[in-house]
Design a protein around this ligand. Structure first.
Ligand code: AMP
Length: 394
């Protein structure tokens, strides 16, 4: 089996996959690492187990996970861990694909820490912990940024003085790369065409949201930038705005840079517009006549539609637009409001097909549409397991 870890500063999310067919066997989370009142949750075979269990550090947290997995019969009895795959948020310019972890790799992840100060140090903790608990098991690092490294300079450079890039590596990196790459592969399968022959626009619409323009399997542009703040309107992030606004707010309100950082990342987006960041609740309120919810939904879908137009231009047309993640997979309202009125661009949707629920993968374009509209279920954990198996499986 394979273990996939997503390490935060005080949490470890984990999922266990059977090999070689890469099916999920168990998953869970350890929370409040480093605190007296910790908690472990394990989901396995339809059952959910929660227990209070304090872990002083990531190593202890991982030991708790293994103990629980043995008790649940997922591990032991001849079943062993063959590889550990880690989700790493930022690979800077050093990584354009998953790699087997070595000391040099850890050093580069640390070097990219200024670009993801909350996430990369936590990922290094996760790698160290796995090395201690499973000393002989190979580890693989899978980067959120890696898939976007094929972007050309015209897409990744900002029009700032060149020293900003040279000295501080300020450029667009993009995130959600593992998900964009995964759904692009699945979309190609759904379309029964080689990925190399396809132009795709992938919409990862979850609490965080981003778009990618993919030509022949390679990312040529994406909406997130130096950080995940750029691009689409998200649950609590503003996405694109006039870059003068933070300075304006600092001058006018006396807030600090940290205050503005929090405002843009945690208090803006859908939540900032209507007080709520779950699209299910927002759609209900909008349908009941709540104006703020209606406006939030309108701005959210309009921003996505603008990016579809931009990426159709960047790619010179597209074979398909692919919807994925919590909102993309589940919200027929968001899908229809996003692609409505794009007939001139070759996008014609079919509302009956759009409303057809209950399937994880389906298409909802009209027969006459030039551009196919697909819904594909993403799984970053599964993609990480597949990448890990590719590198360390026999
Ligand atoms: P993710 O980050 O991919 O887990 O997506 C989480 C978001 O998906 C939530 O904040 C919701 O807004 C949205 N979501 C999940 N289920 C539904 C649903 N059935 N209808 C609309 N939105 C949903």
């Amino acid at each position: 089996m394979l273990l996939v870890l997503n390490s935060g500063s005080s949490t470890i999310k984990f999922e266990i996959f059977a090999t070689p067919e890469i099916g999920s066997v168990a998953s869970g989370i350890v929370e409040r690492i480093g605190e007296a009142k910790g908690r472990l949750e394990l989901r396995c075979g339809g059952a959910k187990m929660t227990e209070k269990s304090a872990a002083a550090n990531h190593r202890e947290a991982l030991e708790l996970v293994f103990e629980a997995l043995r008790e649940a019969g997922v591990l032991g009895g001849g079943i062993e861990c063959l590889g550990v795959g880690h989700r790493i948020v930022h690979g800077g310019e050093s990584f354009s694909e998953p790699v087997v972890v070595s000391k040099a790799v850890i050093d580069k992840i640390k070097k990219a820490a200024p670009l993801a100060p909350l996430h990369n140090p936590a990922a290094v903790e996760g790698i160290k912990a796995a090395g201690q608990v499973l000393p002989d098991v190979p580890q693989v690092a899978v980067f959120d940024t890696a898939f976007h490294q094929t972007m050309p300079p015209r897409a990744y450079r900002y029009a700032l003085p060149a020293w900003c890039y040279r000295k501080h590596a300020i450029r667009r990196y993009g995130m959600h790369g593992t998900s964009h790459a995964y759904v692009a592969r699945r979309a190609a399968r759904q379309l029964r065409k080689p990925l190399e022959e396809l132009k795709l626009i992938t919409l990862h619409l979850g609490n965080g949201a981003s778009v990618a323009a993919i030509d022949g399997g390679e990312c040529v542009d994406t909406s997130m930038g130096l950080t995940p703040l750029e691009g689409l309107v998200m649950g609590t992030r503003s996405g694109d705005l006039d870059p003068a606004i933070p300075m304006f707010l600092i001058r006018e309100t006396g807030r600090t840079a940290e205050d503005i950082d929090r405002l843009l990342n945690k208090e803006s987006g859908l939540k900032g517009l209507c007080g709520e960041n779950d699209v299910r609740g927002i759609v209900q309120k909008a349908e009941a006549g709540n104006e703020a919810a209606e406006l939030a939904l309108d701005i959210f879908c309009y921003r996505i539609r603008k990016y579809i137009g931009a990426y159709l231009a960047a790619l010179g047309g597209a074979d398909a637009v692919v919807f994925t993640a919590g909102i993309g997979e589940n919200s027929a309202v968001v899908r229809s409001r996003t692609v409505r009125g794009l007939e001139q661009l070759g996008i014609v949707f079919d509302e009956d097909r759009n409303l057809e629920a209950g399937r994880r993968e389906f298409s909802f374009h009209a027969d006459e549409s030039n551009v196919r509209l697909l819904v594909v279920a993403t799984s970053e954990e599964r993609a990480i397991a597949e990448a890990t198996w590719e590198l360390v499986g026999d």
